[in-house]
Design a binder for this molecule. Sequence first.
Ligand code: ATP
Length: 271
Amino acid sequence: MLKLDNVSKTYKTGDKALHNVCLEVSAGQVVGLIGPSGAGKSTLIRCINRLVEPTQGSITLGSTDLTKLNRRDLRQARRRIGMIFQEYALVERLTVMENVLSGRLGYVPTWRSWFRKFSPEDIALAHSLLDNVGLADHYNKRADALSGGQRQRVGIARALEQNPELLLVDEPTASLDPKTSRQIMRLIRAACQERNLPAIINIHDVMLAQQFSDRIIGLRAGKVVFDGSPEALSDEVLTTIYGDEDWTQLRADATPTQNEATAVLDLAEGV
Ligand SMILES: Nc1ncnc2c1ncn2[C@@H]1O[C@H](COP(=O)(O)OP(=O)(O)OP(=O)(O)O)[C@@H](O)[C@H]1O
């Protein structure tokens, strides 16, 4: 379980990005983190793995208070946290398989990681994860030969190769077309359900968040202003989080017809 207790962050510039955030995420729960630009979503995700240092509060994963760890112990703890990024963060010149195996680097001794020597178990796991994300036949391709959707699938497999206790996902679909976005969200959700893995997904697209999350947390100006089920995300609640918008129209715009979805997919595949 992940627990944030009274977490605040003020940047050196004086920007108060988070104010006394308290929340718990239980095993297997997929949390969609939504809110307007500048609400503090990335800061919250980055405070959890301490890419950003929180100014105040505690963040506990299992029985470990992540905020109290020294550099060496933090490196160990980060193995337990899988990250999936908007821009995939793959090593372009390496193969798909090598990128997935890099998820194990935190586990292998330094000399083995220099020579990229992985155990047969690590390699078997990578093959099975690539199979799960639909890339079994692409394991030997270079990462730079893949489409955006395929890259994100590699990103998911790499995070799962870590065998993490928590997934942190930062705008996983921001660079993808609507149909691929749904496929990626479906994969992340299935991976969490199969492994009873909790996840926090920073996501701009409210409708996608609603469709694929068990729970929604709404941030506004660094404060949690909504924490509830996707079904409870009414127009009133959305207005509290984002301010005034025509939510009925936005929902209609966000649901592409089958033809639109097919056209987008065709475009993406160069048909
Ligand atoms: N490195 C930084 N230094 C100073 N201020 C920062 C830094 N990173 C973020 N901020 C500020 O903290 C606040 C929250 O930013 P954050 O990026 O966490 O929001 P966000 O909800 O992820 O936004 P977006 O959806 O646009 O990515 C903003 O006011 C932002 O300007």
